[in-house]
Design a protein around this ligand. Structure first.
Ligand code: HEM
Length: 214
């Protein structure tokens, strides 16, 4: 149990410290916004990194077999990532308004088109995550064939890709380093990097496995 909680706890600590430094120390937000606005960033960022780890470790272990001893952790990292993504959604919905997320709104009460697409991708990502999460439950796993179980796990990759699209609302900020608080890159950019690495590893193993086949 301890082995599964150490990494999520450490990630939460690091991401919370990064978010507080970026938004409160260098940014315009006050300490009073740490409990929801700032911590929500740590929940979302840690969640997406854990999901990327859970889905990227399998392909990584095929390329570097020494990582195989850690494969059992994937399930716990995936479940922890899902739990944090769910907390992130509840917190986001509580404060999703013009005051907190001005860049997402064309005017008060009206999203930009990019923000609408990003939110839709987030909703679909969460729905898609339900497939691997349900398949990970011990009783459910025992009741289904390995093939069906693997298919449900693959829906997790679709979920990760959708979570990546959900970050699209941050792209304009990626292109303006002069505006980064304290010169610290946006959390959407770090998160997109984690998604791309996990999906890239998966693609690499598919390509190398197919090439090895006669
Ligand atoms: C109903 C579904 C969802 C809603 C309504 C939602 C809402 C939001 C909002 C409002 C933001 C902007 C946060 C900010 O700039 O402070 C955001 C960012 C983010 N979301 Fe979601 N989200 C959803 C699903 C997901 C899922 C499934 C994930 C996967 C873990 C996720 C991961 C992230 C990440 C990593 C960020 C970037 C955080 C940042 O830059 O501060 N979201 N989401």
């Amino acid at each position: 149990m301890r082995a599964c909680t150490v990494l999520p706890a450490a990630l939460l600590l690091v991401t919370a410290a990064y978010a507080a430094t970026r938004y409160v120390v260098f940014g315009p937000w006050s300490i009073g916004h740490i409990p929801l606005y700032v911590l929500n960033k740590a929940f979302a960022w840690t969640g997406i990194v854990l999901l990327a780890l859970a889905l990227g470790l399998g392909p990584a272990a095929r390329l570097w077999p020494a990582l195989g001893v850690h494969l059992w952790r994937r399930r716990w990292w995936g479940l922890a990532g899902f739990a944090l993504a769910t907390i992130h959604i509840v917190v986001s919905l509580a404060i999703l308004n013009y005051g907190y997320y001005r860049l997402m709104f064309r005017q008060a009460f009206e999203f930009t088109a990019l923000a609408e697409c990003a939110m839709l991708a987030g909703v679909l990502a969460w729905l898609a995550l339900l497939a691997p999460v349900a398949a990970s439950l011990p009783g459910v796993q025992a009741a289904m064939s390995v093939r069906y179980w693997q298919a449900l796990q693959r829906v997790g990759l679709l979920a990760l890709a959708l979570a990546g699209l959900h970050l699209a609302y941050g792209v304009p900020g990626w292109l303006a380093p002069a505006l980064w608080h304290g010169g610290m890159p946006p959390i959407t950019l770090w998160s997109a990097g984690a998604v791309l690495i996990a999906l890239g590893l998966r693609l690499l193993t598919v390509l190398t496995t197919n090439r090895r086949r006669p």
